[in-house]
Write a new protein. Sequence first.
Length: 458
Amino acid sequence: MTILQSKFKFLHLIIVFICTLLGVTFFFSFITAPSEMTNKITTHSPQFISDYKRLMLDTQSVLKEIGHEKAFFNSSIKQIPKKHYISLIRSLDELRNDFSIVEDSLKFCDEDKIFLKNENEALVELLNEHKEKLETKITPPQETIIPQTNHQQQPKFEGHSPPHWLAIGIPTVPRPDHQDYLMKVLHSIVDSLPSNPPHPHVKIYVRQMAVGAHHPIFDHAKDKFTHPDYPKRAYFDFSVEGGVSSDPLGNHMRDKGTANLPGYKVRKQTRDIASLLNHIISDGLPQYFMFAEDDMRLCPHGLLAARYVMEKSEMFHPDWLAVRASYGMNGIFLHGHDLQEFRSYLIEHQGRRPPDHLVVEWFAGETDQSKRYKKGRENIGFKFNILYHEGRVSTLGHGAGGGFPECYEQLIEPTVFEVEAFKPDLCPNEDIWPCTPSNPSDFHPSPVIDWGQFRGTR
């Protein structure tokens, strides 16, 4: 065998080895780690193609030199077996085909990369658009967004922000066997709030209404949530009713009453609510106020839902009078500057109806007195219930056992009165009623969050 034959055969073996190595590498790379291989090809594709082209050009140059300059003019080259020359040409063709396949694959990778980049940019834009609505950390508004109106109920903030964005009022009394409903209720609220707030935007007012009675759960809650080492103590205010309130029918009365005509116990509950409101008013009017009984636990994401419905109500009806987001005497939101008027209404009419009826009659404008104060302001019905009943029997007799709505169950009639219920037939694409904005020219629609996906959570 001549020296040229040896070189030629050696070159052939190198090319075959390279082709085989590339083929095996690509095969196992795409089988075992296709995403990693695609990433490497995509990341280093310019250098990869350049090296591959250089290899082909060098091979073609050698073949040209051997085939044209020596194979046909140098007699020694004629001694090269024809089968080696044909095999070499076939290897070169295979190499060229492999290069074409890889080049086509790289084009597809580049197209996928552009598509994914566009999808990512669209998702980032969508996330930024809804970030303010979806963030889980509740932050207080910097200033009141209540517009000035020409009726007598003007905001009392006079150029400065209210002390709290939301005040939650919880009257409590001792329960049989000292059930710890109150502890669960308080944890359901405060567990979603940040620690050590410099200016707490949520204030939880817990007031014991049974004067002189032993209420160990209240005492335990007060000791725990106001302890100097507790990082969220700034959110709490615990107080005790100062004395025996006066029953308009006489403190000696022990009438049981009926479902619609309050007896002495229900009248006492009405005065308890008025006493709680008076305590909150003396502490500084909040921007918003929410009622809750001491066995009504806030549903998961409840504070986020509360903020959502407050902001949405302000957008649709900036001068709203009340928002219903639960049932009974729970989940009713009022503006802080309306608390004094409602407190007086409760005291005046405590002998006529129970408090959870009086509140609806007041914000719906069902009497001449309440209608004069309402002056056309909307009462809003939120589509979903945001409070869950822990006890079996409500203190106001709303039912027992499984008769209570679940978290994020729809608040429609007969769960609540027709005048305050959400109307799915009138607002099929919205989650508050009325869903026609009071000022269409100033209205900017907002996204609708599907709170119903959390139905049944606790």
